[in-house]
Every structure is written in C-alpha cells, then in structure tokens.
Design a protein around this ligand. Structure first.
Ligand code: KG4
Ligand code: ZN
Length: 341
C-alpha cells in the first residue's frame, strides 16, 4: 500500500510517499526556521503563513521525486499508484495544523482516495519502522521525547498503547531549548547546539551538582522545570564554564530518561525499547541507551527520522490504517499520545 502524507504540526511543511509503512519513496521538507531564528522563537502566525505558501510546491516536488523511484512517466501515474492520503491532525500549532489537514482533504477529494488522520506523537514512534532496520518485536516501551512532549508508553502492538507516564511540566526538548537560551546559546531550538557544546567538555567537574528530577520516585512521570532553575542558580552564583554546565545538564536529563525507560522495560517485561522524537537525536541519549539496554532490543531511528517529517506520518497511517469521513477530520492542537486521531 502506498501512502502520501503531510506533516505541518510545527514550523515544517513536509510531505512524503511511503510504501507499506517501511519503504521511503520520496520525501520533501521545507522549514521557516530562518524566519524564527531572527525572532528567537517560533511565531505561530509566521509559521502558518509560510506553510500556506510552501505546501503546494512541497506536494508537487514530492510527487515529482517519486516518478523515477516508481519507474513511471508522470506525476499523474504517481497519483494513480497512491492508495491513501494521511495528515497530522495534532498536537501542534493550530494554524499550522489546519494548513496540512485542509490540504490533505483537498488532495483526498481531488484524487478520490481515503483520508487517514494521524496523531503526531504516535507518528514519532514509527520513525523506528521505516527503512531496513531490525524487526520490531512487541511488547515494547516507547519513549517519546520532543520539543513539546515527554511520554512513556507501553506498546503491545499497533494501535494498542498504554500510557505509563509523562512530564508534569516542561518537555525534555523544551528543557534543552530553555537551558540553551539561559546559557546564551543562539538559535530557537538550542538542544542540538547545547549538546554539541557539552561534547567539547573534557571532564564534568560538577558531576551531580544538578538534580536528577523524579529519579528516585516510583512511577514514570518526569519533571524538568526545576532543572532549568538549578542551571540558572549555577550560572548566577558560580564561574563554571558553559560547556561544563551543558555537560552536567545533559547528563542529568539523560540519567532520568534512561533510568525511567529501563525501569518501565523491566516492570512490563517487554522485548523492545523504541526511542522517538527530536531529543532521540541526542548522541548522549543514544549512546547511553545502547550501553545500558542489556537484553532488550533497542531501536533508535536514524537522525532524519527523529525530528519532524512526513515519512513517519505515512508509516503510522499504514500500521494504524483507519480512514475517516472528511468532515470528521479536524486539526486538534491539544491531542495527547493516547487520543485517537
Ligand atoms: O520532535 P521534534 O522535531 O519536534 C516536536 O515535535 O517538538 O523535536 C524538537 C526538539 C527540540 O526541542 C530540539 O531542541 C530537540 O528536539 N533536539 C535535541 C537534539 N536535536 C533536536 N535535543 C537535544 N539534543 C539533540 N541533538
Ligand atoms: Zn515532533
């Protein structure tokens, strides 16, 4: 089955064509990042306007790129091969989501294909299913760590999720970004830059100086806002070099993420652990999970499938195939990982 998907939940405008949820046929991603760099944060109105401008060119380019891959002679032939259209319906920025949802409805109507709504957070998990990676054996624990969410779920199969816990305040990515800003690191998504800086630290001379929030608590909830405040105190009251603070901050976040994920994997006696979301691109998190995952089958998406794109949206639509009448498909900015799209 070939699925065409759109993803516009944040500042990206992304489209992709994927076969059987695993084979990427074509993918195009445009971002309005350069505009937000100037303002130091995403301006939702600006993001949505840029998406209105870019969605048609992105769709056209995705179809064009698929012509050669599918061995056909025109984009009309590509359209004929598409079995369904999918779109992220939430969570995300309302204006941005509406652009993708309405464009997907128009395509499904014009092409006479079924329309499959996708929950963005569930979509992230499917970054693990794309490509020639190892077979995923259920049950699995999925850790979804993105800019807006931190969720731990038990996955007994496709369309069979149980919520175990999540952040009570800031998401892991949000903590990275806010701390980066606090440390004077430029850019509006400072997580990667903070991590690059941490990698230059030769020795963490302040190991253990920052809290590992909720580490000793039973259960699977997280809290990262206190960590940010502790970093602020450290910056104001000491002369610790910024790369050392970055390293200690990253160690603290990774300590908590790894410990809670492994606790859940042991408690539910799962076969596999799946990392997902933008923060799963973090090299420390990837390395530490590799080192500590023991007998569990660890799956980590390639970097380009950690951050937002439409490839995993198409994959999620395939594995949870549930077309809906057009009128019932609506953008929903506050969808949680457990909500049906
Ligand atoms: O999943 P994503 O692309 O967008 C959302 O759905 O939110 O995640 C973006 C988040 C941002 O907070 C970004 O700083 C963080 O992922 N991120 C990282 C790294 N790469 C992206 N955080 C830490 N280390 C990284 N290498
Ligand atoms: Zn995301």
């Amino acid at each position: 089955m070939i699925i065409f998907a759109l993803e516009t939940s944040c500042d990206e405008t992304a489209a992709a064509i994927v076969e059987d949820g695993t084979r990427e046929i074509s993918s195009v991603l445009a971002t309005s990042e350069a505009f937000h760099q100037k303002t130091g944060g995403i301006v939702p109105e600006v993001a949505a306007r840029k998406q209105v401008e870019t969605v048609i060119p992105v769709i056209e380019e995705t179809l064009t790129k698929a012509v050669d891959v599918l061995g056909v002679s025109s984009t009309n032939d590509v359209i004929n091969k598409i079995d369904a259209v999918a779109a992220t319906v939430g969570p995300g920025l309302i204006g941005s989501l509406i652009v993708g949802v309405e464009a997907a409805k128009a395509l499904a109507l014009a092409w006479n294909k079924p329309l499959v709504p996708v929950n963005h957070l569930v979509g992230h998990i499917y970054g693990n299913f794309v490509g020639s990676q190892k077979e995923i054996i259920f049950p699995a624990i999925a850790l979804i760590v993105s800019g807006g969410h931190t969720d731990l779920v038990l996955m007994r199969g496709h369309n069979d999720l149980t919520y175990l816990g999540g952040t009570l305040d800031d998401a892991a990515g949000e903590a990275f970004d806010k701390t980066a800003r606090l440390l004077g690191i430029k850019g509006y998504y400072g997580g990667k830059a903070l991590s690059d800086l941490a990698a230059t630290c030769k020795e963490n001379t302040i190991l253990g100086k920052l809290p590992r929030p909720m580490l000793d608590k039973d259960g699977f909830d997280f809290s990262f806002s206190g960590l940010k405040t502790a970093v602020r105190n450290l910056v104001e009251k000491s002369n610790v070099p910024v790369e050392v603070i970055s390293k200690e901050f990253e160690d603290a976040v990774v300590d908590v993420l790894v410990a809670k994920t492994l606790n859940a994997a042991h408690k539910y006696n799962v076969s596999s652990i799946l990392l997902a979301g933008g923060v799963s691109a973090n090299s420390q998190l990837r390395t530490r999970m590799e080192l500590e995952s023991g007998h569990f089958n660890l799956h980590v998406p390639p970097i380009h499938l950690c951050t937002d794109n439409a490839i995993y949206i198409a994959s999620a639509a395939f594995f949870n195939f549930n077309p809906k009448p057009f009128a019932s498909v609506k953008a929903d900015p506050s969808l949680s990982v457990m909500d049906k799209a």
